[in-house]
Design a protein around this ligand. Sequence first.
Ligand SMILES: [Zn+2]
Length: 341
Amino acid sequence: MTFWQAWISTTLCAWMCAPALAQQEARDVSTLPIADVHFHYMAFMTPEDLRARMDKHHVRWVVSAGAQGAGGAAGSPGAKNPWARDSELKFELKDRFVAGVGGPETFSGERRDGAAFFTDPANLWAVAALERMNDLLKQDRRSFVEFFPNAENSSMEPMRRRRLPTNAHFFKEVMTLAARYNVPVPMHMEWHPESVAQLSELLDAFPKANVVLSHCGKITVADDIRPFFRKHSNVYCDLGYRSSPQGENESRKDPRRMIYWASSTFRKADIKPDWLQLVEDFPDRFMLSIDDVVSWEQYDQVVTATREAVLAKLSPATAEKVAYRNAVRLFGLPETVDTKP
Ligand SMILES: [Zn+2]
């Protein structure tokens, strides 16, 4: 670089880069309340541990995406079934916790009948599951658990590594419940063109029901979501499992899977610029999620990454919306809660 080239680039940058650098400067968002809208209560957790962790990190609310219940060693907290585990959490966290419907209700039918559970309107297991879900939603404020219309390449559970029609009969019925009880529907849907077209049809057919794309479509780039948000006003995103440490391994094969990352020896916490811009352009559509973690240490890392790489990079008004205001509105969370044990 010649002297003049260097001078031009330095002068231009002083003029053009200043606002960008100011924006990049991390703000203190360490106590901004967080609503975690997609959380799996894991087998190693206890209600008291979760409460302590939430208090430590100013996670004020947690919305169940389905408790992990089976598989815990006899006598351990995880040995209980998911219904019992959600009830334990509700007892401990009261209005800081929203229990889910649709997990235990659908699991056996799906394992038995596979895709027919979702596509066949006469499937008896599905009919019974929908009735039970309706009863629970009628009784209490609840969330739907995460549904998996397309987890072909992104589920630990072999049964879910398949692609269903996102506009299958079962999902239409869930959208009917969603509109009736004003509860959004979380969908884990890889961004396959057929899945996207079917979701589009579903959103058009049920304008009073909202869908939250779990992990914001899992394999999306910002330019996939931007036109979809423009087209549909009843779709939202959670940013769960799109960061390090959880998404680290899978992002080596597919870099699209990582949107933001924690600080490490080699790099500072940050978010991809086109995603940052997308969140700023659609500040009412994004929410935060811890999703599933393998340890409390990983829980800490995920919250820290979320604060440093997302909340600290956003404008103050957008950060507040993404941290909790959107979730309060969409999930009907009580704005003030008792955080004392
Ligand atoms: Zn999940």
